[in-house]
Design a protein around this ligand. Sequence first.
Ligand SMILES: NC(=O)c1ccc[n+]([C@@H]2O[C@H](COP(=O)([O-])OP(=O)(O)OC[C@H]3O[C@@H](n4cnc5c(N)ncnc54)[C@H](OP(=O)(O)O)[C@@H]3O)[C@@H](O)[C@H]2O)c1
Length: 361
Amino acid sequence: MKTTPVTHIIQLGYGKVGGPLVHLVVENRERIACETGVHLEYAAVVRSSSVAQGDDLALRAADRGASFDEWTPRAPGLTLDVLDPVFDRFGLPDTTRYALVDVTATAETGPLLLEALAMGIPVVTANKIPLAETSGWFEQARAASRHAHTPFRYECTVGASLPVISTLVDLMTTGDTIQRIVALPSSSLSCILGSFNRGLPLEEAIVEAVRRGFAEPNPLTDLAGRDALRKIVILAKTMGLSTSIGDVSQEPLLDRDYPDFAAFRGDGMARLADRLTAARQTGMVTYYVGSASTDGAVTLGLRNFPQASIWGTLEPSENLFLFSAARFGDLPIIVRGIGGGPILTASGVLADVIKAAQGQN
Ligand SMILES: NC(=O)c1ccc[n+]([C@@H]2O[C@H](COP(=O)([O-])OP(=O)(O)OC[C@H]3O[C@@H](n4cnc5c(N)ncnc54)[C@H](OP(=O)(O)O)[C@@H]3O)[C@@H](O)[C@H]2O)c1
């Protein structure tokens, strides 16, 4: 097996996904080096207002959990200057020996990731916001990546570690045509509607989704459907459509903006429960589903499916992706499973880092 030089990881974000990612890298890197020839070391972990430089500090962070005593404060902003101390320390003769990993949840990383790609630094991201929310960002990132053959990997933006983006990309790279994607991409809405389909009252279904960690502490964030919207935009862009977030024909779940969950409980909750009950037909299950078709139509809303179809077999929280491709005729390719959670996401990011270090685009 060909042994490669060390890949220096520069990780943006050390939260619910970023913390476990450092652990996974540290715990698995010897085996990864043996099995893949990829040697991973940390150059830096960057948080919103502090930075830890060097592999020793990452090791200690992994040992001690979120103990930030040794981290150096840093000025706000995320320009290329943030990486200067890293380049000073580890050198800049070969930019491909770095991997810039975005496990933040902010649009602020967008310009830095584009600059890195332009410099030839491979980029791995789980952060949907620049891809889906910043106009033209995805197209620029893909063009920069293709121009310099620099890996740009974003598998974990949709379905966490499930093989969603890679399945689409492999089909398209080998010349197949994606005709339609139908997706249940939100674990929280799958959990809430899956439990509701099974007869749990809506409020109990929501409380259960929060308790199991699938919905945010403020579940209005999930019910607003923004996360599902971002994911369907990323899928549409991946299949070659020029969809931006405003182009999606979205049927909102919530009838209006609520200042907080307390304001939604009561009348708002009752109206949503009534709507869901009215939408559901006998022998059917109802989910909040996205679709993207070659004719450019991208939608997100409530859909009914026969209980006797694959939709009726889903466990609450499961994700489901159906890809219709020309070579597969009438039978779609199906990817399903748990599509979220910090450990699964971190493991998917690590898989992308290994592939990026191997030069896989
Ligand atoms: N959790 C999941 O199951 C899951 C699944 C798939 C994808 N994702 C995606 O993975 C990403 C991370 O999720 P998470 O749950 O780990 O989020 P999180 O717990 O909120 O952590 C976000 C991290 O980003 C850091 N950050 C924020 N602004 C920053 C900036 N300007 N510069 C550098 N660091 C900055 C935060 O810094 P501080 O520590 O200083 O606050 C924090 O460490 C998100 O984009 C999310 O959508 C998550």
